[in-house]
Design a protein around this ligand. Sequence first.
Ligand code: NAD
Length: 277
Amino acid sequence: MSNRELAPGPDDPGPPSTEEIETVVSTPEPRTAVVTGVGAPRGIGRVVAQRLAADGWSLALLDVDTAGVADFTGQVRASGVQAVGIATDIASEISVAAAFEVVDAQLPPVAGLANLAGVACPTPLLELTVGEWDRVLGVNATGALLLTQHAARRMAERGTGRIVHTSSVTALDGGGTFSKTAYAAAKAAVLGLTRGGARELGPLGITVNCILPGPIDTDIMGGQLSDERKTAMAAGIPVGRVGQPADIAAVIAFLLSDEAGFVNGVSLNVDGGKHMH
Ligand SMILES: NC(=O)c1ccc[n+]([C@@H]2O[C@H](COP(=O)([O-])OP(=O)(O)OC[C@H]3O[C@@H](n4cnc5c(N)ncnc54)[C@H](O)[C@@H]3O)[C@@H](O)[C@H]2O)c1
C-alpha cells in the first residue's frame, strides 16, 4: 500500500486536485505543424511558424523558395525549436509526397497544417492565359488539396488533426485590392475545399477551416506597400489600418489549438471589417 492510500497526515498533500489532474492530462505530446509559405522574409508564413513554435509545436517548414526555407529554418532552430525545412512546390503531387516522407522520418506526428503558401495574380480577365490560370489555381487550390490529403491521411491514423488554409477576401469581392479574377477563383476554391474537407474529415477527428485575410502588410501585392498605399487601403477598412502578419498568426494559432475542436468548416474573415456579409 502506498503512502497516498493511507489516511493523510499533517504533511500529506492529499490527493491531487482536479486542476492538477487536468494539468497533467493536458500536457501536449510532441507534435508537428506543417507550415507552408515561410520563404518570404516579410510574409505571413514566418510569423505564423514563430507563433506556433511559441505554442509548443515542432515545425515542418515548406516553401518553393529553397534559400528562403533554409534561411528561416536556421533561424528557427537557433532559437531551440525542433524544425525541418523542406523545399517544396505545393502544386506538385510528387514534391508534396516527398516532403511528407521527410516529415514522417524526422519529426513528431503531424497534427496541424497551416497553409500560407500562395501566389497573387493581377492580370485582367481579358488578358488571362490558360497557362497563368493553371499556375494560379495550381498553387492556391491544387496545392491546398494536396496538402490536405497528405496531412489528413496521417492525422486520421491518430484520430486528431487541425487544418487551416488561407483564402482571401478577394474570393468574395472578386478583386479590388491587387489580384483579380484568377486569384479570386482560386481562393474561392479554397472555400469549397474547406467545407468539403470539414464534412468528410470531421468524422475522422480532423477539423478543416480557412481564413480570409484582408490586405496584410507583406510583399505579395507587387512589392512592399508604401505608406501611401497602406493609407489608401485602410480607408476601406473600419478599424482604419491594414493588417499585420501577427493578426493572422493569432487566429491560426487558435484554430490549430486543442480548444478549437468544435470549430469546423468555418471561413473566417480576418480583415478589420473590410468585407462584412
Ligand atoms: N498579404 C495579403 O494581403 C493577403 C491577403 C489575403 C490572402 N493572402 C494569402 O495569404 C497567404 C500568405 O501571403 P503573404 O502575404 O505572406 O505572401 P508572400 O508572397 O509574402 O508569401 C507567399 C509564400 O508562398 C510561397 N510560394 C509560392 N508558390 C509556392 C509553391 N508553389 N509552393 C510552395 N510555396 C510557394 C512563396 O515562395 C512565398 O514564400 C497567401 O496564400 C496569400 O494568397 C494574403
